[in-house]
Design a protein around this ligand. Structure first.
Ligand SMILES: [Mg+2]
Length: 218
């Protein structure tokens, strides 16, 4: 695992007078420095996509391991793009979003995390409502006002939102977004998924129990 270059980039956001106090944000993240993507990180959204593909297209052999690309049409080359788009819309609908299982350890981690900092989620979904409701269901004992969801509608808009929120480190599953955020000076932790195994540039977690190791709990 190598992520020295990520922390070097982060130096760009430290003024010269602060440099002596510089702390590698990826070795010990303070809760209020961290924010999360939703789909593929907190929510195992592709588990529902796989079920929908099996159900609607009769492709019983299809599994999450077949999703090696973020572009789903490349994972299902024999299925028309319009059909895939319809299935994606279905999965992102209010009804199906509520069926999405959480990624392992997410609810325990987020419940603990909420004792130290607000939970901040930045998603490229267009609408925040269904996923916000999903998070409220996942975390019934976390006050609703402690859960903030921002829907950018575009993964490329995440960096400006994160900068405004003063976030230093982001947990993300889309490889291109990881690269962009890194280039713009953010620390990145990749949430492992079959579609993001493209390199070892960033620290990688396989579940939320591992993410806990990165946090400096105050
Ligand atoms: Mg995602």
């Amino acid at each position: 695992m190598k992520y020295g270059s990520a922390s070097t980039n982060l130096l760009r956001y430290v003024s010269p007078t602060d440099e002596k106090n510089f702390r590698d944000p990826l070795s010990s993240i303070l809760p209020w420095e961290l924010a999360f993507d939703v789909d593929g990180v907190v929510a195992d959204t592709m588990a529902v996509f796989v079920e929908v593909v099996k159900e609607r297209l009769g492709m019983d052999h299809f599994s999450k391991d077949h999703i090696r690309e973020y572009d789903l049409s490349r994972c299902l080359p024999n299925v028309k793009r319009e059909v895939i788009d319809e299935l994606i819309c279905l999965v992102l609908s209010d009804e199906y979003t509520l069926k999405i299982p959480p990624c392992p350890g997410a609810s325990e981690f987020l419940r603990k995390f909420s004792n130290y900092a607000p939970l901040r989620f930045v998603t490229a979904r267009v609408w925040p409502e269904s996923v916000t409701r999903w998070l409220h269901n996942l975390l019934p004992d976390v006050p609703k006002e402690a859960i903030q969801v921002i829907a950018t509608g575009d993964p490329n808009k995440k960096s400006s939102i994160l900068r405004d929120m003063k976030v230093k480190v982001f947990v993300e599953d889309r490889w291109d977004t990881c690269l962009k955020l890194h280039t713009e000076g953010f620390g990145v932790i990749v949430y492992d998924q079959p579609w993001n195994r493209k390199g070892s540039d960033f620290p990688r977690v396989f579940n939320w129990y591992e993410l806990e190791e990165f946090i400096l709990w105050p």
